[in-house]
Design a protein around this ligand. Structure first.
Ligand SMILES: Cc1cc2nc3c(=O)[nH]c(=O)nc-3n(C[C@H](O)[C@H](O)[C@H](O)COP(=O)(O)OP(=O)(O)OC[C@H]3O[C@@H](n4cnc5c(N)ncnc54)[C@H](O)[C@@H]3O)c2cc1C
Length: 388
Protein backbone atom coordinates (compact mmCIF):
# COMPACT_ATOMS: atom_id res chain seq x y z
CA UNK A 1 0.00 0.00 0.00
CA UNK A 2 1.23 3.48 -0.86
CA UNK A 3 1.07 5.63 2.21
CA UNK A 4 1.27 9.29 1.38
CA UNK A 5 2.64 12.25 3.25
CA UNK A 6 0.07 13.53 5.67
CA UNK A 7 0.41 17.23 6.38
CA UNK A 8 -0.29 18.36 9.94
CA UNK A 9 -3.21 20.43 8.71
CA UNK A 10 -4.94 19.29 5.55
CA UNK A 11 -6.61 22.65 5.18
CA UNK A 12 -3.25 24.39 4.91
CA UNK A 13 -2.43 22.83 1.51
CA UNK A 14 -3.97 24.02 -1.75
CA UNK A 15 -7.13 22.41 -3.10
CA UNK A 16 -5.24 21.16 -6.17
CA UNK A 17 -2.51 19.58 -4.07
CA UNK A 18 -5.12 17.99 -1.82
CA UNK A 19 -7.11 16.63 -4.77
CA UNK A 20 -3.96 15.20 -6.33
CA UNK A 21 -2.94 13.44 -3.10
CA UNK A 22 -6.35 11.84 -2.66
CA UNK A 23 -6.53 10.86 -6.33
CA UNK A 24 -3.05 9.29 -6.37
CA UNK A 25 -3.78 7.36 -3.20
CA UNK A 26 -7.04 5.93 -4.54
CA UNK A 27 -5.62 5.10 -7.95
CA UNK A 28 -2.61 3.36 -6.41
CA UNK A 29 -4.47 1.47 -3.71
CA UNK A 30 -8.16 0.90 -4.38
CA UNK A 31 -8.68 -2.43 -6.19
CA UNK A 32 -9.87 -1.83 -9.75
CA UNK A 33 -12.23 -4.83 -9.64
CA UNK A 34 -14.21 -3.12 -6.88
CA UNK A 35 -14.77 0.14 -8.76
CA UNK A 36 -18.44 1.05 -9.35
CA UNK A 37 -19.95 -2.13 -7.88
CA UNK A 38 -23.60 -2.63 -8.86
CA UNK A 39 -24.64 -2.86 -5.19
CA UNK A 40 -23.41 -1.79 -1.77
CA UNK A 41 -20.66 -4.20 -0.74
CA UNK A 42 -20.83 -6.16 2.51
CA UNK A 43 -18.23 -5.76 5.23
CA UNK A 44 -16.42 -9.04 4.45
CA UNK A 45 -15.96 -7.76 0.87
CA UNK A 46 -14.91 -4.16 1.57
CA UNK A 47 -13.84 -4.13 5.23
CA UNK A 48 -10.14 -4.51 4.33
CA UNK A 49 -10.27 -1.19 2.46
CA UNK A 50 -11.81 0.78 5.30
CA UNK A 51 -9.38 -0.73 7.79
CA UNK A 52 -6.64 0.68 5.53
CA UNK A 53 -8.39 4.05 5.53
CA UNK A 54 -8.52 3.84 9.30
CA UNK A 55 -4.81 2.97 9.44
CA UNK A 56 -3.83 6.05 7.40
CA UNK A 57 -6.15 8.27 9.46
CA UNK A 58 -8.61 8.95 6.61
CA UNK A 59 -11.64 7.11 7.91
CA UNK A 60 -13.42 10.23 9.23
CA UNK A 61 -12.77 13.13 6.87
CA UNK A 62 -15.78 15.00 8.28
CA UNK A 63 -14.81 14.83 12.00
CA UNK A 64 -12.71 17.44 13.77
CA UNK A 65 -9.07 16.54 14.37
CA UNK A 66 -9.44 16.61 18.15
CA UNK A 67 -11.84 13.68 17.79
CA UNK A 68 -9.57 11.71 15.46
CA UNK A 69 -10.93 12.95 12.13
CA UNK A 70 -9.17 14.72 9.26
CA UNK A 71 -10.83 18.00 10.22
CA UNK A 72 -11.42 18.98 6.59
CA UNK A 73 -13.08 22.28 5.86
CA UNK A 74 -16.13 22.16 3.64
CA UNK A 75 -14.26 22.73 0.38
CA UNK A 76 -11.72 19.98 1.09
CA UNK A 77 -14.43 17.62 2.28
CA UNK A 78 -16.27 18.02 -1.01
CA UNK A 79 -13.07 17.30 -2.91
CA UNK A 80 -12.47 14.21 -0.78
CA UNK A 81 -15.91 12.81 -1.64
CA UNK A 82 -15.72 13.92 -5.28
CA UNK A 83 -12.50 11.96 -5.72
CA UNK A 84 -14.06 8.88 -4.12
CA UNK A 85 -17.04 9.21 -6.44
CA UNK A 86 -14.84 9.76 -9.46
CA UNK A 87 -12.91 6.56 -8.75
CA UNK A 88 -16.10 4.57 -8.02
CA UNK A 89 -15.07 3.62 -4.47
CA UNK A 90 -17.71 1.48 -2.76
CA UNK A 91 -19.28 2.75 0.42
CA UNK A 92 -19.47 0.47 3.44
CA UNK A 93 -21.92 0.62 6.32
CA UNK A 94 -20.70 4.13 7.07
CA UNK A 95 -23.50 5.57 9.22
CA UNK A 96 -21.13 5.63 12.21
CA UNK A 97 -18.83 8.00 10.35
CA UNK A 98 -21.52 10.02 8.61
CA UNK A 99 -24.13 10.28 11.34
CA UNK A 100 -23.31 8.82 14.77
CA UNK A 101 -19.92 10.52 15.13
CA UNK A 102 -21.06 14.02 14.09
CA UNK A 103 -24.22 13.59 16.16
CA UNK A 104 -22.27 12.63 19.34
CA UNK A 105 -19.74 15.40 18.75
CA UNK A 106 -22.62 17.87 18.57
CA UNK A 107 -25.21 16.49 20.99
CA UNK A 108 -23.47 13.78 23.06
CA UNK A 109 -21.90 14.01 26.50
CA UNK A 110 -18.13 13.79 26.94
CA UNK A 111 -18.60 10.31 28.40
CA UNK A 112 -20.59 9.21 25.32
CA UNK A 113 -17.94 10.63 23.00
CA UNK A 114 -15.21 8.74 24.89
CA UNK A 115 -17.23 5.56 24.91
CA UNK A 116 -18.28 5.44 21.26
CA UNK A 117 -16.06 7.49 18.96
CA UNK A 118 -12.80 5.47 19.12
CA UNK A 119 -14.52 2.21 18.16
CA UNK A 120 -16.08 3.89 15.11
CA UNK A 121 -12.69 5.17 13.99
CA UNK A 122 -11.17 1.71 14.47
CA UNK A 123 -13.98 0.09 12.41
CA UNK A 124 -14.83 -2.08 15.43
CA UNK A 125 -18.39 -0.81 15.61
CA UNK A 126 -20.49 -0.62 12.45
CA UNK A 127 -23.62 1.45 12.92
CA UNK A 128 -26.87 1.16 11.00
CA UNK A 129 -29.75 3.61 10.90
CA UNK A 130 -32.99 2.52 12.59
CA UNK A 131 -35.44 5.22 11.56
CA UNK A 132 -37.98 3.82 9.06
CA UNK A 133 -40.75 1.48 10.13
CA UNK A 134 -43.64 -0.19 8.36
CA UNK A 135 -46.08 2.76 7.95
CA UNK A 136 -43.51 5.32 9.08
CA UNK A 137 -41.17 6.23 6.23
CA UNK A 138 -42.06 9.60 4.70
CA UNK A 139 -44.21 10.15 7.77
CA UNK A 140 -41.34 9.26 10.09
CA UNK A 141 -42.86 11.01 13.09
CA UNK A 142 -45.61 8.37 12.97
CA UNK A 143 -43.15 5.73 14.21
CA UNK A 144 -44.42 3.24 16.77
CA UNK A 145 -41.35 1.59 18.25
CA UNK A 146 -41.59 2.28 21.98
CA UNK A 147 -39.04 2.75 24.72
CA UNK A 148 -40.23 2.45 28.29
CA UNK A 149 -38.16 3.31 31.36
CA UNK A 150 -38.19 0.27 33.69
CA UNK A 151 -35.90 -0.37 36.67
CA UNK A 152 -33.36 2.22 35.53
CA UNK A 153 -33.14 0.97 31.92
CA UNK A 154 -35.07 1.63 28.74
CA UNK A 155 -36.86 -1.38 27.27
CA UNK A 156 -37.41 -1.16 23.52
CA UNK A 157 -40.10 -2.94 21.52
CA UNK A 158 -40.93 -2.47 17.86
CA UNK A 159 -39.79 -3.03 14.30
CA UNK A 160 -37.56 -1.15 11.88
CA UNK A 161 -37.47 -1.76 8.13
CA UNK A 162 -35.31 -0.93 5.08
CA UNK A 163 -32.30 -0.79 7.38
CA UNK A 164 -29.32 -0.71 5.02
CA UNK A 165 -26.76 -3.46 5.70
CA UNK A 166 -28.13 -4.22 9.17
CA UNK A 167 -26.72 -7.71 8.71
CA UNK A 168 -23.24 -6.12 8.90
CA UNK A 169 -24.18 -3.88 11.82
CA UNK A 170 -22.86 -4.28 15.34
CA UNK A 171 -24.92 -1.29 16.58
CA UNK A 172 -28.02 0.58 15.52
CA UNK A 173 -29.21 4.09 16.34
CA UNK A 174 -32.91 4.06 16.92
CA UNK A 175 -35.68 6.62 17.09
CA UNK A 176 -38.30 5.39 19.56
CA UNK A 177 -41.41 6.82 21.16
CA UNK A 178 -40.99 7.65 24.83
CA UNK A 179 -44.14 9.74 25.23
CA UNK A 180 -47.35 8.42 23.71
CA UNK A 181 -49.45 11.41 24.72
CA UNK A 182 -47.34 14.28 23.36
CA UNK A 183 -47.62 15.63 19.80
CA UNK A 184 -46.03 13.10 17.38
CA UNK A 185 -42.61 14.76 16.99
CA UNK A 186 -42.41 15.75 20.64
CA UNK A 187 -42.45 12.25 22.14
CA UNK A 188 -39.50 10.67 20.33
CA UNK A 189 -36.05 9.86 21.81
CA UNK A 190 -32.73 8.89 20.25
CA UNK A 191 -31.02 5.68 21.45
CA UNK A 192 -27.74 3.90 20.80
CA UNK A 193 -28.35 0.16 20.76
CA UNK A 194 -25.90 -2.75 20.81
CA UNK A 195 -27.25 -5.30 18.33
CA UNK A 196 -25.38 -8.17 19.91
CA UNK A 197 -27.89 -8.83 22.68
CA UNK A 198 -31.05 -10.84 23.25
CA UNK A 199 -34.17 -9.43 21.63
CA UNK A 200 -32.49 -7.96 18.53
CA UNK A 201 -33.25 -9.94 15.37
CA UNK A 202 -32.20 -9.00 11.83
CA UNK A 203 -33.98 -10.41 8.80
CA UNK A 204 -32.55 -9.55 5.36
CA UNK A 205 -34.98 -8.67 2.57
CA UNK A 206 -34.16 -10.10 -0.85
CA UNK A 207 -34.75 -7.47 -3.53
CA UNK A 208 -35.61 -7.78 -7.24
CA UNK A 209 -31.90 -7.77 -8.12
CA UNK A 210 -31.31 -10.78 -5.85
CA UNK A 211 -29.40 -8.64 -3.33
CA UNK A 212 -30.17 -8.59 0.37
CA UNK A 213 -28.55 -5.41 1.64
CA UNK A 214 -31.82 -4.06 3.09
CA UNK A 215 -33.14 -5.64 6.29
CA UNK A 216 -35.87 -5.67 8.86
CA UNK A 217 -34.76 -5.26 12.47
CA UNK A 218 -37.02 -6.58 15.23
CA UNK A 219 -36.64 -5.29 18.78
CA UNK A 220 -38.23 -7.34 21.51
CA UNK A 221 -37.70 -6.30 25.14
CA UNK A 222 -34.28 -4.93 24.23
CA UNK A 223 -32.64 -3.40 27.30
CA UNK A 224 -30.74 -0.16 26.78
CA UNK A 225 -28.84 1.67 29.55
CA UNK A 226 -30.01 5.23 30.26
CA UNK A 227 -26.48 6.37 29.34
CA UNK A 228 -27.25 5.32 25.73
CA UNK A 229 -29.93 7.99 25.39
CA UNK A 230 -28.57 10.88 23.31
CA UNK A 231 -29.83 14.32 24.30
CA UNK A 232 -32.78 14.79 26.60
CA UNK A 233 -35.71 12.34 26.72
CA UNK A 234 -38.38 13.12 24.07
CA UNK A 235 -36.01 15.39 22.13
CA UNK A 236 -34.74 12.86 19.58
CA UNK A 237 -36.61 14.47 16.71
CA UNK A 238 -34.51 17.63 16.87
CA UNK A 239 -31.35 15.48 16.90
CA UNK A 240 -32.50 13.43 13.90
CA UNK A 241 -33.32 16.61 11.97
CA UNK A 242 -30.13 18.32 13.10
CA UNK A 243 -28.18 15.63 11.26
CA UNK A 244 -29.58 16.69 7.92
CA UNK A 245 -26.71 18.96 7.02
CA UNK A 246 -25.09 19.78 3.75
CA UNK A 247 -24.67 16.02 3.15
CA UNK A 248 -28.00 16.39 1.37
CA UNK A 249 -26.10 17.84 -1.52
CA UNK A 250 -24.56 14.43 -2.24
CA UNK A 251 -27.99 12.98 -2.99
CA UNK A 252 -28.09 15.39 -5.92
CA UNK A 253 -24.60 14.63 -7.21
CA UNK A 254 -24.21 13.96 -10.96
CA UNK A 255 -21.99 10.96 -10.10
CA UNK A 256 -24.50 8.24 -10.92
CA UNK A 257 -25.97 9.78 -14.10
CA UNK A 258 -22.41 10.35 -15.34
CA UNK A 259 -21.44 6.77 -14.57
CA UNK A 260 -24.60 5.44 -16.27
CA UNK A 261 -23.89 7.60 -19.32
CA UNK A 262 -20.45 5.98 -19.51
CA UNK A 263 -22.07 2.52 -19.44
CA UNK A 264 -24.52 3.62 -22.15
CA UNK A 265 -21.65 4.85 -24.33
CA UNK A 266 -19.82 1.51 -23.95
CA UNK A 267 -22.92 -0.50 -24.81
CA UNK A 268 -23.72 1.75 -27.77
CA UNK A 269 -20.16 1.51 -29.13
CA UNK A 270 -20.20 -2.26 -28.79
CA UNK A 271 -23.50 -2.55 -30.65
CA UNK A 272 -22.70 -0.02 -33.38
CA UNK A 273 -25.39 2.41 -32.22
CA UNK A 274 -23.11 5.42 -32.40
CA UNK A 275 -23.65 5.28 -36.19
CA UNK A 276 -27.43 5.32 -35.77
CA UNK A 277 -28.72 8.96 -36.06
CA UNK A 278 -31.84 8.55 -33.82
CA UNK A 279 -29.68 6.96 -31.12
CA UNK A 280 -27.02 9.64 -31.43
CA UNK A 281 -29.71 12.32 -31.00
CA UNK A 282 -31.02 10.58 -27.91
CA UNK A 283 -27.52 10.21 -26.49
CA UNK A 284 -26.78 13.89 -27.13
CA UNK A 285 -29.98 14.86 -25.31
CA UNK A 286 -29.09 12.73 -22.27
CA UNK A 287 -25.54 14.05 -22.27
CA UNK A 288 -26.75 17.66 -22.38
CA UNK A 289 -29.11 16.95 -19.49
CA UNK A 290 -26.17 15.59 -17.46
CA UNK A 291 -24.12 18.69 -18.33
CA UNK A 292 -26.99 20.96 -17.20
CA UNK A 293 -27.31 18.96 -14.01
CA UNK A 294 -23.57 19.19 -13.33
CA UNK A 295 -23.69 22.99 -13.78
CA UNK A 296 -26.64 23.21 -11.39
CA UNK A 297 -24.86 20.97 -8.84
CA UNK A 298 -21.77 23.15 -9.00
CA UNK A 299 -23.87 26.21 -8.24
CA UNK A 300 -24.93 24.56 -4.95
CA UNK A 301 -21.38 23.39 -4.26
CA UNK A 302 -20.16 26.97 -4.56
CA UNK A 303 -22.79 28.09 -2.04
CA UNK A 304 -21.68 25.40 0.41
CA UNK A 305 -18.03 26.37 -0.06
CA UNK A 306 -18.89 29.99 0.67
CA UNK A 307 -20.43 28.78 3.94
CA UNK A 308 -23.97 29.76 2.93
CA UNK A 309 -26.89 27.69 4.27
CA UNK A 310 -28.25 25.09 1.84
CA UNK A 311 -31.50 26.58 0.45
CA UNK A 312 -34.71 24.50 0.12
CA UNK A 313 -34.41 24.34 -3.67
CA UNK A 314 -31.62 21.79 -3.09
CA UNK A 315 -34.59 19.37 -3.35
CA UNK A 316 -34.58 20.08 -7.09
CA UNK A 317 -31.10 18.60 -7.37
CA UNK A 318 -32.11 15.25 -5.89
CA UNK A 319 -35.07 15.06 -8.26
CA UNK A 320 -32.93 15.85 -11.32
CA UNK A 321 -30.12 13.48 -10.28
CA UNK A 322 -32.27 10.46 -9.61
CA UNK A 323 -34.69 10.85 -12.52
CA UNK A 324 -31.84 11.43 -14.95
CA UNK A 325 -30.09 8.33 -13.55
CA UNK A 326 -33.24 6.26 -14.09
CA UNK A 327 -33.75 7.59 -17.64
CA UNK A 328 -30.18 6.73 -18.64
CA UNK A 329 -30.30 3.31 -16.93
CA UNK A 330 -33.46 2.61 -18.93
CA UNK A 331 -31.69 3.47 -22.18
CA UNK A 332 -28.79 1.15 -21.25
CA UNK A 333 -31.28 -1.71 -21.15
CA UNK A 334 -32.85 -0.73 -24.47
CA UNK A 335 -29.47 -0.33 -26.14
CA UNK A 336 -28.12 -3.67 -24.86
CA UNK A 337 -30.74 -5.83 -26.58
CA UNK A 338 -30.83 -9.41 -25.38
CA UNK A 339 -27.82 -8.91 -23.06
CA UNK A 340 -30.19 -6.98 -20.80
CA UNK A 341 -31.81 -10.25 -19.79
CA UNK A 342 -28.82 -11.24 -17.66
CA UNK A 343 -27.90 -10.09 -14.16
CA UNK A 344 -24.21 -9.39 -13.58
CA UNK A 345 -21.67 -9.17 -16.38
CA UNK A 346 -23.10 -9.81 -19.85
CA UNK A 347 -21.33 -9.97 -23.21
CA UNK A 348 -22.14 -6.97 -25.39
CA UNK A 349 -20.15 -7.05 -28.64
CA UNK A 350 -16.54 -7.50 -27.56
CA UNK A 351 -17.09 -6.11 -24.08
CA UNK A 352 -18.38 -7.42 -20.78
CA UNK A 353 -20.85 -5.00 -19.24
CA UNK A 354 -23.05 -5.07 -16.13
CA UNK A 355 -26.06 -3.93 -18.15
CA UNK A 356 -28.59 -4.14 -15.33
CA UNK A 357 -26.25 -2.64 -12.70
CA UNK A 358 -27.26 1.01 -13.33
CA UNK A 359 -30.95 0.01 -13.42
CA UNK A 360 -30.82 -1.77 -10.06
CA UNK A 361 -29.03 1.19 -8.47
CA UNK A 362 -31.28 3.78 -10.09
CA UNK A 363 -34.64 2.29 -9.14
CA UNK A 364 -34.49 2.89 -5.34
CA UNK A 365 -32.77 6.27 -5.70
CA UNK A 366 -36.10 8.12 -6.00
CA UNK A 367 -37.16 6.57 -2.66
CA UNK A 368 -34.29 6.89 -0.19
CA UNK A 369 -33.11 10.17 1.30
CA UNK A 370 -36.68 11.54 1.14
CA UNK A 371 -38.79 10.35 -1.79
CA UNK A 372 -39.02 12.51 -4.89
CA UNK A 373 -42.69 13.22 -4.13
CA UNK A 374 -41.66 14.57 -0.74
CA UNK A 375 -38.92 16.66 -2.42
CA UNK A 376 -41.58 18.05 -4.78
CA UNK A 377 -43.76 18.89 -1.77
CA UNK A 378 -40.82 20.81 -0.29
CA UNK A 379 -40.35 22.69 -3.58
CA UNK A 380 -44.07 23.47 -3.77
CA UNK A 381 -44.27 24.67 -0.19
CA UNK A 382 -40.95 26.36 0.47
CA UNK A 383 -39.77 27.53 -2.94
CA UNK A 384 -42.91 28.13 -5.02
CA UNK A 385 -45.03 29.01 -1.96
CA UNK A 386 -47.99 27.12 -3.37
CA UNK A 387 -50.99 26.64 -1.07
CA UNK A 388 -50.96 23.24 0.68
C1 LIG B 1 -32.12 1.69 -0.84
C2 LIG B 1 -32.79 2.17 0.42
C3 LIG B 1 -32.06 2.27 1.59
C4 LIG B 1 -32.69 2.69 2.78
N1 LIG B 1 -31.95 2.68 3.95
C5 LIG B 1 -32.56 3.03 5.11
C6 LIG B 1 -31.84 2.95 6.35
O1 LIG B 1 -30.67 2.57 6.40
N2 LIG B 1 -32.50 3.27 7.49
C7 LIG B 1 -33.79 3.70 7.49
O2 LIG B 1 -34.30 4.03 8.57
N3 LIG B 1 -34.50 3.76 6.33
C8 LIG B 1 -33.92 3.43 5.15
N4 LIG B 1 -34.64 3.46 3.97
C9 LIG B 1 -36.05 3.77 4.01
C10 LIG B 1 -36.43 5.09 3.39
O3 LIG B 1 -36.08 6.15 4.23
C11 LIG B 1 -37.96 5.03 3.15
O4 LIG B 1 -38.19 4.01 2.18
C12 LIG B 1 -38.50 6.35 2.65
O5 LIG B 1 -38.49 7.30 3.70
C13 LIG B 1 -39.96 6.19 2.15
O6 LIG B 1 -40.76 5.61 3.11
P1 LIG B 1 -41.68 4.33 2.78
O7 LIG B 1 -40.85 3.32 2.08
O8 LIG B 1 -42.35 3.94 4.05
O9 LIG B 1 -42.75 4.86 1.73
P2 LIG B 1 -44.03 5.75 2.07
O10 LIG B 1 -43.64 6.90 2.93
O11 LIG B 1 -45.12 4.86 2.55
O12 LIG B 1 -44.39 6.31 0.64
C14 LIG B 1 -45.04 5.51 -0.36
C15 LIG B 1 -45.30 6.41 -1.57
O13 LIG B 1 -46.19 7.48 -1.18
C16 LIG B 1 -45.58 8.73 -1.46
N5 LIG B 1 -45.91 9.69 -0.40
C17 LIG B 1 -45.85 9.48 0.95
N6 LIG B 1 -46.20 10.60 1.61
C18 LIG B 1 -46.49 11.54 0.67
C19 LIG B 1 -46.90 12.91 0.71
N7 LIG B 1 -47.07 13.54 1.89
N8 LIG B 1 -47.10 13.55 -0.47
C20 LIG B 1 -46.91 12.93 -1.66
N9 LIG B 1 -46.52 11.63 -1.77
C21 LIG B 1 -46.31 10.95 -0.63
C22 LIG B 1 -44.08 8.46 -1.43
O14 LIG B 1 -43.38 9.43 -2.18
C23 LIG B 1 -44.03 7.07 -2.07
O15 LIG B 1 -44.09 7.18 -3.48
C24 LIG B 1 -34.06 3.05 2.77
C25 LIG B 1 -34.78 2.97 1.57
C26 LIG B 1 -34.18 2.54 0.42
C27 LIG B 1 -34.99 2.44 -0.85
Amino acid sequence: MTIIDTPGDWNAITDDDFRQRIRSFLEANYPSELRYPSRRLFWPEIGFWYRKMSAVGWIAPNWPREHGGMGLDTGKLLIFYEEHERWGVSRFLDQGILMVGPMLIRFGTTAQQKQWLPSILACEHLWCQGYSEPNAGSDLAGLRTEAELKDGEYVLNGQKIWTTLASDGTHIFVLARTDKVAKKQAGISFFLVDMNQPGVRVRPIRDVAGHDELCEVFLEDVRVPVSNLVGAPHEGWAIAKGLLGFERIFLGSPKYPTYALGVLARVAQARGLMQDPPFVQLFAKLRMAVEDHTACYERFIDMVKRGEPVPPDISMLKIIATESFQAIADQVIRAAGEAAQLRGLARVGDSEVDVLGPFFRAMPSTIYGGTNEIQRNVMAREVLRLPS
